[in-house]
Design a protein around this ligand. Structure first.
Ligand SMILES: Cc1ncc(COP(=O)(O)O)c(C=O)c1O
Length: 470
């Protein structure tokens, strides 16, 4: 099978034959919302109804075909319905759907493969079926390993919606994620460095990582009862706005953790499995975590996640059960194994690095040319554009974010930004031609919104790519 399987019959893209969302989409959405409640802002703002995904495209019930810049929700990273993954799942759907946590041939193969690709000695593994339960397992594992019970995590990180996971995540008073009066006892939050909005700066105006670390050390001594089991952090804040830490942050944090015998739980549910051009995003900074969670891209659409601990701590996992109803089912293991094999066979990490360079350079260019683009950031295919009302005050521009989202979607770009952050997570198989097409649509939408809001800027000439024909 060619690695360009997704280009076969791709045709014109985007290919829109009705206004979007079209009449069938609207009718089905209206029918659904009589019963389903609490939908995300993205759905409310653009009530489309999809019925097919193939490679880098999504097709709605009106027959409109979109370029996918979301991978579902950072999930179908090897493209929708990658033939190898679909065949692997369907083989086990016909042969053995569930076997408790007994060994199966496909699980044995997956475990061996994971031990081979994960850095260092990260090879004590448990399987789960969503990211949240993998994070909960990581919390249990940290307690089992350290016999300590306190946890520190960071403002604006996201780790899931169950009590332990949400206690490590941002809990706004009105947050639909938590809907709780308080976080669980023993869970604390600290700020983490955001280079665009630094809390502590050096004399030269760059972010001062040392001050964050000093604050954490003080906090460990003064703000906890001295029983901190782990820091729980995303390597990059995904939902928090594609925020990348300064390069010296994780190396310094790990040193601090080691000094106080605190574990580092690296939640790679969103950023891991190749999205930034490494199996683990933390590897960009040469840091070995003690515990890792994997999800989303791990099964490329099939619900399978993992919690992995380094070998020296593996014994402690005997204290916490690996059993769950669906975790590690043959179908789940087949999806994860096939996904890893595809990443290797199709040299996906290299594609992510190459096309990722294009994305970054293009976003820098957009920042130069647009008064409402305050910051751009990305590694590989984990990307963000932050919209502001004024580049000096950096006031978030939510209204513009919503409009850019809707305009680009109407032009045929399926994506999932939120508020003033335009988050992008295209499938990792995408080549530069389609990367450019997506960025053209976004830049054109930004420009239209600037015009609507009366931004008086130098005229920007957008080289809007012709709709691509096969
Ligand atoms: C970093 C991170 N951890 C955990 C989760 C929770 O994963 P799930 O939605 O599969 O439970 C998410 C979901 O977006 C995430 O981004």
């Amino acid at each position: 099978m060619s690695k360009y399987w997704w280009k076969e019959d791709i045709g014109a893209l985007p290919h829109l034959i009705t206004e979007t969302p079209g009449p069938r989409s609207r009718a089905m959405h209206s029918s659904s919302i009589r019963y389903i409640k609490g939908l995300s802002s993205q759905v409310k703002l653009f009530p489309v109804c999809f019925e097919k995904g193939y490679g880098i495209t999504l097709t709605d019930v009106d027959g409109n075909k979109y370029l996918d810049f979301s991978s579902g929700i950072y999930v179908t990273s090897l493209g929708h319905c990658h033939p190898k993954v679909s065949e692997a799942v369907s083989y086990w759907a016909k042969n053995l759907m569930n076997a408790h946590d007994f060994t199966t041939p496909v699980k044995e193969k997956l475990l061996t493969k994971m031990a081979q690709i994960l850095p260092g000695k990260l090879n004590a593994i448990q399987f789960y079926s969503d990211g949240t339960t993998a994070v909960e397992a990581a919390i249990r594992a940290a307690r089992a390993i350290t016999n300590k019970h306190e946890f520190i995590s960071a403002f604006r990180d996201f780790h899931g919606k169950t009590l332990g996971a949400v206690s490590c995540a941002q809990m706004h008073r009105n947050s639909t994620y938590s809907y709780g009066a308080t976080r669980a006892a023993g869970f604390y939050m600290v700020p983490r460095p955001d280079p665009y909005r630094p809390l502590w700066e050096k004399a030269d105006g760059t972010i001062d990582t040392d001050s964050y670390i000093r604050f954490y050390e003080d906090f460990i001594k003064e703000g906890t009862v001295g029983n901190v089991a782990a820091f729980v952090l995303e390597p990059v804040q995904g939902w928090g706005g594609s925020v990348f830490p300064p390069d010296d942050f994780f190396p310094k944090l790990k040193k601090l953790c080691d000094k106080y015998k605190i574990l580092l739980i690296d939640d790679e549910v969103l950023a891991g499995m190749g999205r930034t051009g490494e199996w683990l995003t933390l590897s960009h900074w040469g840091v070995m975590p003690d515990i890792v969670t994997l999800g989303k891209s791990f099964g490329n659409g099939f619900p399978v996640t993992a919690m992995v601990v380094s070998e020296e701590n593996g014994k402690a996992l005997e204290k916490i059960s690996a059993s769950s109803s669906y975790g590690g089912s043959p179908m789940a293991c087949a999806a994860a194994l096939a996904s890893i094999e595809v990443i290797e066979e199709e040299d996906i990490l290299q594609n992510v690095r190459l096309v990722g360079d294009y994305f970054l350079q293009r976003m820098e260019n957009i920042k130069e040319n647009h008064p409402i683009v305050g910051d751009v950031r990305g590694k590989g295919f984990l990307l963000g554009i932050e919209l502001v009302k004024d580049k000096n005050t950096k006031e978030p521009f939510d209204e513009a974010g919503k409009l850019v989202y809707q305009k680009a979607f109407r032009k045929g770009l399926a994506w999932i930004p939120a508020g003033h952050i335009l988050r992008m997570s295209p499938p990792l198989i995408m080549d530069e031609k389609y990367a450019r097409l997506g960025m053209d649509i976004i830049e054109e939408s930004i420009q239209e919104v600037e015009n609507e809001f009366g931004y008086n800027q130098k005229s920007v000439k957008i080289n809007f790519t012709e709709k691509i024909q096969r």
